[in-house]
Design a protein around this ligand. Structure first.
Ligand code: MV4
Length: 450
């Protein structure tokens, strides 16, 4: 087992990893930027190294500084958390070259899944269902017209280097094709330095359902059931839950098998997620594979009953997994609490927390790095807490979540708590009818809230 792990991240996930390391008897090293010198991950780690100024390009994204911090402190592994360097193939490679175990995917896996057209081809070859579309990249407008005619409008063009909705266009008819293909290419070139495009049939009002997988170094892989992440706004997830209210036993079995095929096709080691689009007929299609621990891993932990960070560390150290697939026996919901103002278009609201009262009680988990007096820096993402409710049924989990949200007091900054309270009262949400289109269409009325 590792003796000392450096956590190349900040915020709640850095704290989350430190907690598990402590329980496992592993020493921890925090790295931090000047903006985070008063953060809890710095306080709770055994050692802490300042790696630079506030901008992440000069701190949490600066590979040489992080490697130096690991060498100075003699860390034998690095946990990258999510975001930052967690899916950076260069970082994964450099860790290995320096004799430091990267707790995540290999450079080949990261690059293979980062190239979306290639990832899709790999999955198709492995027998994972994919959205009908172009075989690989589309060369030019002539080919785009031909493919679109064959699969039928509406279609989508997607950037092969993209993800999370960037460099993606909806195209209703041939008349719109040339212009949209062009603007998608320009957006992708500017964002990723690459304008490769592929085409897919448009799936109407899909649900976003992902399968958590875990693989070990012996080539074994299993799934830990699904997470429904359909409650998104502008490709930002706000709520995740398991089981999906749309799930059936048969669909879970099929999606679980497909996700394991996906994992085995790339010899996947560690924790990963296979994302699917699911249409109203419960047909599912591979969308992306994430080669990291995700923000929403906690809902899975609550229904399967074990610590996913611990499993990640064990697998990285060479331990075998049990190989058992999981069916959720409980219901868990997570609300992302962001320092954003839902009344003003979710505008970021950094600043000092003047007063804090956190919820608790039966079935409530709160993962957060904030405390009373903590100043939320404006330099990083705005998520400040994850509130998780777990209960026997979905109905009870919603009631518990609403109760916990109502006793959660954060003063000094605006948060997404009022949004979540409205959501827990919303009929479509209560009925399990949320698709990825839902938040594009509703605007909650907050006038009755204080
Ligand atoms: C789609 C789609 C409909 N049809 N692909 C958005 C993010 C990117 N990873 C894939 N996305 C979509 N791809 C086809 N062929 C609809 C979306 C989509 C979406 C997907 C998941 C979660 C939220 C979404 C919001 C809008 C569009």
């Amino acid at each position: 087992m590792f003796k000392k792990i450096l956590i190349a991240n900040r915020g709640e996930i850095a704290l989350r990893v430190i907690r598990t390391c402590k329980e496992m008897g592993i020493k921890t090293v925090a790295v931090y930027s000047l903006a985070d010198k008063d953060s809890l991950h710095v306080r709770f780690a055994d050692e802490a190294i300042c790696i630079g100024p506030a901008p992440s390009t000069e701190s949490y994204l600066d590979i040489p500084r992080i490697i130096s911090a690991a060498e100075i402190t003699n860390a034998d592994a690095i946990h990258p958390g999510y975001g930052f360097l967690s899916e950076n193939s260069k970082f994964s490679r450099i860790c290995t070259e320096n004799g430091i175990k990267f707790i995540g995917a290999t450079p080949e896996q990261i690059d293979g899944m980062g190239n979306k057209a290639q990832a899709k081809a790999t999955m198709e070859a492995a027998g994972v269902p994919c959205v009908p579309g172009s075989k690989g990249l589309i060369k030019d407008l002539t080919e785009a017209k031909k493919v679109a005619k064959k699969i039928g409008y509406p279609v989508m063009v997607k950037a092969s280097a993209g993800g999370g909705g960037r460099g993606m266009r909806f195209i209703a008819s041939e008349a719109e094709l040339a212009e949209n293909l062009d603007s998608a290419k320009r957006e992708s070139a500017a964002a990723f330095g690459n304008d490769d495009m592929y085409m897919e049939k448009f799936i109407e009002e899909p649900r976003h359902i992902e399968i958590q997988i875990i693989g070990d170094q012996t080539g074994n892989a299993c799934h830990l059931s699904e997470r429904d992440c359909s409650t998104q706004r502008r490709h930002q997830k706000l709520v995740e839950e398991v089981p999906s209210p749309f799930m059936t036993k048969k669909l879970r079995d099929e999606m679980g098998k497909a996700a394991i095929k996906a994992a085995k096709a790339v010899n996947y080691e560690g924790a990963g997620t296979v994302e699917f689009l699911v249409d109203k007929h419960r047909k599912f299609y591979f969308m992306e594979m994430n080669t990291r621990i995700q923000v929403e891993h906690c809902v899975t932990e609550e229904v399967v009953g074990f610590d996913l960070i611990r499993e990640q560390i064990k697998v990285a150290a060479g331990y075998k997994i049990s190989g058992k697939n999981y069916t959720p026996q409980l219901h868990a919901i997570e609300c992302r609490i962001n320092a954003e103002d839902p009344i003003n278009g979710f505008r970021p609201s950094p600043g000092a927390i003047k007063e804090l009262h956190t919820p608790g009680g039966h079935g409530i988990r709160l993962d957060t790095h904030v405390y009373s007096g903590y100043a939320i820096p404006p330099n990083y993402d705005s998520m400040i807490a994850k509130l998780i409710a777990v209960a026997q049924t979905r109905e009870e989990a919603i009631a518990k979540m609403k109760r916990a949200l109502e006793e959660f007091i954060i003063e000094g900054v605006k948060t997404t708590i009022p949004f979540h309270i409205k959501l827990m009262e919303n009929e479509t949400f209560i009925n399990g009818g949320v698709t990825t289109k839902f938040l594009e269409e509703v605007e909650f009325d907050y006038s009755d809230m204080k």
